[in-house]
Design a protein around this ligand. Structure first.
Ligand SMILES: [Zn+2]
Length: 386
């Protein structure tokens, strides 16, 4: 119990340090609906290209030469009015989170099918989740049609200064733009049309808000979730590279790849699981010997850990929400299970010397396959997550 208490204390300090790294003080949210000023249309064309790609030739250059994708606004896809006005924050988002809808990988690539899908998500979010509107800022169909999610998201993006508060991932609803991609991408790849629109949308969002193309992440980087699916998640380095290309920037291999937090789940096996088991035993929720098998016992230990830490996702999936709490700081010379986890991973990665202080970036390097660390940083206080 003491041990668990100590872990929580250490974490709070760590999280505070990392938060300052976001560099921006929270400003009070504007709660008033913005004046109904003119919405700057994204580019001179208001006609979608044949595949939902950026409009036909003639779409003018926008910020830094990036063309805006054609985006259907809510009134065009038949959105219901929100149950209350979305909040607008007077700050820019710092990253993009890629999601999949976890729905069917259907073969109807038409505009009506895209609009139906957007209406279905909105109804699910409003009627089942109780949110005020669609949770995500933007939605992309398998046919590559891009749609505004939450009301005003497109107008604020076109202005490039403020952001609409979303509800796509607790802790990332203001600092991150959420894009829902229609389908389930655990084993399947997105369609080429979806992919083209995703990278065009990301490039435009990056250009408008001044987000680096390295700052594209998957939902699982911050939450305990399968989303956006193993396959689409594995394509994120390519997405960063291609978005950088659209922006006229070149990324080094290290910039484009992220070490990250591995999503571990039931059925997984190997040294990463074994390291997690040592950390779970260190935190007091796993009994018995770590054996590198993510079995029932480990699922229960992860759930218990998530419950103790009041995770939003108490589901036995070990992802980006629980890893930062589990991977506590270990200093040189310390003993015990957390130090054993470090030693095991260092051996697995053939790391010759481990830094004296194993903090989150070092943990991510030990757990990941190389690349730069996934940054911390969460929403300012006062985000409703609905
Ligand atoms: Zn998601």
């Amino acid at each position: 119990m003491n041990r668990r208490g100590a872990l929580v204390t250490g974490l709070t300090a760590g999280a505070g340090l990392l938060l300052t790294g976001t560099g921006r003080a929270a400003e009070p949210p504007g709660t008033e609906p913005p004046a109904p000023g003119p919405t700057r249309a994204p580019g001179p064309t208001a006609v979608p290209g044949p595949t939902g790609l950026p409009g036909p030739a003639g779409a003018g250059p926008l910020a830094e030469g990036v063309r805006a994708p054609f985006v259907f606004r809510g009134f065009e896809w038949g959105a219901r009015p929100p149950s209350s006005p979305p909040k607008i924050w007077d700050r820019r988002p710092i990253r993009i989170l890629v999601h999949h809808t976890a729905g069917a990988n259907g073969g109807d690539f038409s505009v009506p099918a895209a609009h139906r899908m957007a209406r279905g998500i909105q109804s699910y979010h409003m009627d089942r989740q109780g949110w005020l509107d669609s949770g995500q800022h933007f939605t992309i169909s398998r046919g590559g049609h891009v749609m505004e999610g939450r009301l005003w998201s497109l107008r604020e993006l076109n202005e490039g200064r403020r952001v609409v508060e979303g509800a796509h991932s607790p802790g990332q609803n203001v600092i991150a733009i959420g894009i829902e991609n229609e389908g389930t991408y655990i084993d399947a790849e997105p369609t080429p049309m979806l992919w083209d629109s995703l990278r065009a949308s990301c490039a435009y969002i990056c250009a408008q808000y001044g987000i680096r193309p390295t700052e594209l992440y998957g939902h699982r980087d911050y939450r305990n979730t399968i989303c956006p699916g193993d396959r689409l998640y594995g394509m994120l380095p390519r997405l960063r590279d291609e978005v950088a290309g659209l922006l006229g920037v070149r990324l080094s291999a290290r910039e484009g790849r992220k070490a990250g937090w591995p999503l571990l789940r039931e059925g997984d096996a190997g040294p990463l699981v074994e390291a997690a088991q040592y950390l779970l035993r260190d935190a007091g929720t796993l009994r018995g010997r770590p054996d590198g098998r993510f079995d029932d016992r480990t699922v229960t230990a992860v759930r218990d850990f998530q419950a103790v830490h009041r995770a939003d996702d108490v589901n036995g999936l070990l992802g980006g929400e629980s890893w930062p709490e589990l991977a506590r700081t270990v200093t040189a010379g310390s003993e015990g299970d957390a130090a054993r986890a470090v030693a095991l991973l260092a051996e697995h990665r053939k790391v010759e010397s481990v830094p004296d202080v194993v903090d989150h970036p070092v943990w991510q390097r030990l757990l990941g396959t190389g690349g730069s660390p996934v940054p911390s940083g969460t929403d300012p206080a006062g985000v409703a997550d609905r």
